[in-house]
Write a protein that binds this ligand. Structure first.
Ligand SMILES: [Zn+2]
Length: 197
């Protein structure tokens, strides 16, 4: 191992998701050799993201104000509400240009093996939003994998007594995959072809 600051940096980088010890070392030495101004820009972006970015008080997407850009947009329909796992899924769906409704970001998916139940997600907040009665169609756009399917099934059961239309994205999405990795056309078609559950 190394001494002092460089080892501290390797340790910190190694704590990030998807970064193994070798990658952490490679990144640390890359930064050591980079221009000071470039490293300062990275450092300032890290500090700023914690200072400025928070979660939208309505949909829990990332926001730089009390409400996110999508919740503040008066031209979007309140009748369509799309439930996703993470903020990155909002970005993926926005890229398709197919959706003009609102979102609700759960903050993950039900995963009993990792101790993630409905209480760890923004399910209570979703129910509170639906109670206002404005939503006509609830679109369950959780990932097409085991956890995403379990979450969609759970939510469909929970909202059944409310009598609104509940839809799930059409097949064509790669099974076992992650919504954010679907290309725009596939995701756009899955949106158009969504079916009632
Ligand atoms: Zn929002």
């Amino acid at each position: 191992m190394y001494e002092g600051a460089i080892q501290d940096l390797i340790d910190e980088l190694g704590r990030l998701p998807g970064i193994g010890p070798k990658s952490a070392q490679r990144l640390a030495f890359h930064l050591l050799q980079a221009e000071t101004v470039d490293v300062q820009r990275l450092a300032s972006a890290l500090v700023k993201v914690k200072e400025l970015v928070r979660f939208c008080s309505v949909c829990f997407n990332v926001a730089e104000a009390e409400q996110c850009r999508i919740c503040r947009d008066p031209r979007r329909s309140n009748e369509l509400l799309c439930v996703v796992e993470e903020p990155k899924d909002v970005v993926a769906i926005e890229r398709t240009g197919e959706f003009r409704g609102r979102y609700h970001v759960l903050g993950g998916a039900i995963n009993p093996l990792e101790g993630v139940g409905p209480d760890s997600l923004r399910v209570r907040e979703l129910m509170a939003r639906l109670a206002s009665g404005e939503t006509k169609e609830l679109i369950l756009a959780t990932d097409p994998n085991t956890e995403g399917e379990a979450t969609a099934t759970y939510l469909a059961l929970m909202v059944k007594p409310m009598g609104l239309t509940v839809t799930r994205l059409a097949s064509g999405l790669p099974v076992g995959g992650d919504l954010e990795y679907a290309d725009e056309i596939t995701l756009g078609r899955a949106f158009e072809g969504r079916r009632a559950v």
